[in-house]
Design a protein around this ligand. Structure first.
Ligand code: RP5
Length: 161
Protein backbone atom coordinates (compact mmCIF):
# COMPACT_ATOMS: atom_id res chain seq x y z
CA UNK A 1 0.00 0.00 0.00
CA UNK A 2 1.27 3.53 -0.71
CA UNK A 3 2.07 6.00 2.05
CA UNK A 4 -1.18 7.43 3.41
CA UNK A 5 -0.22 9.39 6.52
CA UNK A 6 2.47 12.03 6.94
CA UNK A 7 3.84 12.40 10.46
CA UNK A 8 5.86 15.59 10.81
CA UNK A 9 7.33 17.39 13.79
CA UNK A 10 9.13 20.64 14.42
CA UNK A 11 12.29 19.14 15.91
CA UNK A 12 13.99 15.84 16.62
CA UNK A 13 13.28 16.68 20.26
CA UNK A 14 9.58 16.07 19.49
CA UNK A 15 10.23 12.45 18.48
CA UNK A 16 9.88 11.04 22.00
CA UNK A 17 6.26 12.24 21.91
CA UNK A 18 5.51 11.76 18.23
CA UNK A 19 6.73 8.17 18.15
CA UNK A 20 3.50 7.31 19.99
CA UNK A 21 1.52 8.22 16.88
CA UNK A 22 3.86 6.10 14.77
CA UNK A 23 3.54 3.14 17.13
CA UNK A 24 -0.24 3.15 16.64
CA UNK A 25 0.10 3.40 12.86
CA UNK A 26 2.58 0.49 12.95
CA UNK A 27 0.20 -1.56 15.09
CA UNK A 28 -2.71 -0.93 12.73
CA UNK A 29 -0.57 -1.48 9.64
CA UNK A 30 -1.26 1.97 8.20
CA UNK A 31 1.59 3.09 5.90
CA UNK A 32 3.15 6.38 6.93
CA UNK A 33 6.24 8.52 6.55
CA UNK A 34 7.92 10.57 9.27
CA UNK A 35 10.24 13.55 9.15
CA UNK A 36 11.26 16.80 10.83
CA UNK A 37 9.72 19.85 9.16
CA UNK A 38 10.10 23.10 11.08
CA UNK A 39 7.84 26.09 10.60
CA UNK A 40 10.61 28.41 11.76
CA UNK A 41 13.86 26.68 10.78
CA UNK A 42 12.76 25.22 7.42
CA UNK A 43 9.77 27.31 6.32
CA UNK A 44 10.27 26.64 2.59
CA UNK A 45 10.33 22.88 3.22
CA UNK A 46 7.15 23.22 5.27
CA UNK A 47 5.32 24.90 2.38
CA UNK A 48 6.65 22.42 -0.15
CA UNK A 49 5.65 19.48 2.07
CA UNK A 50 2.14 20.80 2.61
CA UNK A 51 1.59 21.82 -1.01
CA UNK A 52 2.70 18.46 -2.42
CA UNK A 53 1.15 16.18 0.22
CA UNK A 54 -2.17 15.53 -1.53
CA UNK A 55 -0.64 14.98 -4.97
CA UNK A 56 1.83 12.52 -3.42
CA UNK A 57 -1.11 10.46 -2.20
CA UNK A 58 -1.15 11.32 1.48
CA UNK A 59 -4.63 11.38 3.02
CA UNK A 60 -3.91 12.80 6.49
CA UNK A 61 -1.11 14.80 8.10
CA UNK A 62 -0.20 14.56 11.77
CA UNK A 63 1.87 17.58 12.82
CA UNK A 64 3.45 17.89 16.26
CA UNK A 65 5.22 20.93 17.66
CA UNK A 66 5.97 22.61 20.96
CA UNK A 67 6.20 26.15 22.29
CA UNK A 68 5.34 28.62 19.52
CA UNK A 69 3.78 25.68 17.70
CA UNK A 70 2.99 27.13 14.29
CA UNK A 71 3.64 23.99 12.23
CA UNK A 72 0.15 22.39 12.29
CA UNK A 73 -1.68 25.62 11.48
CA UNK A 74 0.67 26.69 8.70
CA UNK A 75 0.58 23.24 7.12
CA UNK A 76 -3.23 23.31 7.33
CA UNK A 77 -3.18 26.68 5.56
CA UNK A 78 -1.36 25.12 2.58
CA UNK A 79 -3.27 21.84 2.12
CA UNK A 80 -6.87 20.66 2.00
CA UNK A 81 -5.92 17.36 3.65
CA UNK A 82 -7.09 16.94 7.25
CA UNK A 83 -4.36 18.03 9.68
CA UNK A 84 -4.19 16.66 13.21
CA UNK A 85 -2.16 18.84 15.57
CA UNK A 86 -0.23 17.40 18.52
CA UNK A 87 0.82 19.88 21.21
CA UNK A 88 4.23 18.71 22.46
CA UNK A 89 4.91 19.33 26.14
CA UNK A 90 7.27 22.30 26.40
CA UNK A 91 9.78 22.88 29.19
CA UNK A 92 8.73 26.43 30.03
CA UNK A 93 4.94 26.12 30.12
CA UNK A 94 4.29 22.37 30.14
CA UNK A 95 2.68 22.44 26.72
CA UNK A 96 -0.07 24.94 27.44
CA UNK A 97 1.70 27.28 25.01
CA UNK A 98 1.80 24.50 22.41
CA UNK A 99 -1.88 23.66 22.92
CA UNK A 100 -3.08 27.25 22.59
CA UNK A 101 -0.83 27.88 19.57
CA UNK A 102 -2.36 24.89 17.78
CA UNK A 103 -5.98 24.94 18.87
CA UNK A 104 -6.86 28.61 18.35
CA UNK A 105 -7.18 28.53 14.59
CA UNK A 106 -9.26 31.14 12.79
CA UNK A 107 -12.55 29.94 11.33
CA UNK A 108 -11.99 28.44 7.89
CA UNK A 109 -8.67 26.65 8.44
CA UNK A 110 -9.20 23.76 10.86
CA UNK A 111 -6.62 21.79 12.80
CA UNK A 112 -7.98 18.80 14.71
CA UNK A 113 -6.14 19.35 17.98
CA UNK A 114 -5.51 16.53 20.44
CA UNK A 115 -4.29 16.52 24.05
CA UNK A 116 -0.83 17.65 25.15
CA UNK A 117 1.89 15.03 25.02
CA UNK A 118 1.97 11.26 24.67
CA UNK A 119 -1.77 10.62 25.00
CA UNK A 120 -2.43 13.22 22.34
CA UNK A 121 0.13 11.65 20.00
CA UNK A 122 -1.42 8.22 20.51
CA UNK A 123 -4.85 9.61 19.75
CA UNK A 124 -3.51 11.45 16.70
CA UNK A 125 -2.32 8.10 15.35
CA UNK A 126 -5.71 6.57 16.08
CA UNK A 127 -7.62 9.46 14.52
CA UNK A 128 -5.51 9.28 11.37
CA UNK A 129 -6.14 5.53 11.19
CA UNK A 130 -9.87 6.11 11.69
CA UNK A 131 -9.88 8.55 8.76
CA UNK A 132 -8.10 5.94 6.62
CA UNK A 133 -10.53 3.32 7.99
CA UNK A 134 -13.50 5.29 6.69
CA UNK A 135 -12.54 4.12 3.18
CA UNK A 136 -10.44 1.03 4.02
CA UNK A 137 -12.52 -1.71 5.69
CA UNK A 138 -9.44 -3.73 6.70
CA UNK A 139 -7.99 -0.83 8.66
CA UNK A 140 -11.40 -0.16 10.20
CA UNK A 141 -11.66 -3.81 11.28
CA UNK A 142 -8.25 -3.62 12.97
CA UNK A 143 -9.35 -0.48 14.84
CA UNK A 144 -12.55 -2.22 15.99
CA UNK A 145 -10.54 -5.23 17.20
CA UNK A 146 -8.19 -2.89 19.09
CA UNK A 147 -11.15 -1.28 20.83
CA UNK A 148 -12.50 -4.72 21.79
CA UNK A 149 -9.14 -5.66 23.29
CA UNK A 150 -9.08 -2.44 25.36
CA UNK A 151 -12.60 -3.07 26.61
CA UNK A 152 -11.89 -6.72 27.45
CA UNK A 153 -8.73 -5.70 29.30
CA UNK A 154 -10.62 -3.20 31.48
CA UNK A 155 -13.39 -5.70 32.19
CA UNK A 156 -10.85 -8.40 33.10
CA UNK A 157 -8.80 -6.17 35.40
CA UNK A 158 -11.35 -3.68 36.70
CA UNK A 159 -12.16 -5.37 39.99
CA UNK A 160 -10.13 -3.68 42.71
CA UNK A 161 -9.33 -5.89 45.69
C1 RP5 B 1 9.48 23.68 18.25
O1 RP5 B 1 10.33 24.11 19.24
C2 RP5 B 1 9.66 22.20 18.18
O2 RP5 B 1 8.46 21.62 17.76
C3 RP5 B 1 10.04 21.80 19.56
O3 RP5 B 1 8.93 21.27 20.28
C4 RP5 B 1 10.49 23.09 20.19
C5 RP5 B 1 11.91 23.04 20.67
O4 RP5 B 1 12.73 22.65 19.61
P1 RP5 B 1 14.28 22.33 19.86
O5 RP5 B 1 14.90 23.58 20.37
O6 RP5 B 1 14.32 21.19 20.84
O7 RP5 B 1 14.82 21.89 18.51
O8 RP5 B 1 9.79 24.26 17.02
Amino acid sequence: MSTLVGVIMGSTSDWETMKKACEVLDELNVPYEKRVVSAHRTPDLMFEYAESAASRGLKVIIAGAGGAAHLPGMVAAKTVLPVIGVPVKSQALNGLDSLLSIVQMPGGIPVATVAIGAAGATNAGLLAAQIIGSFDPEVQARIAARRERITADVLANGELV
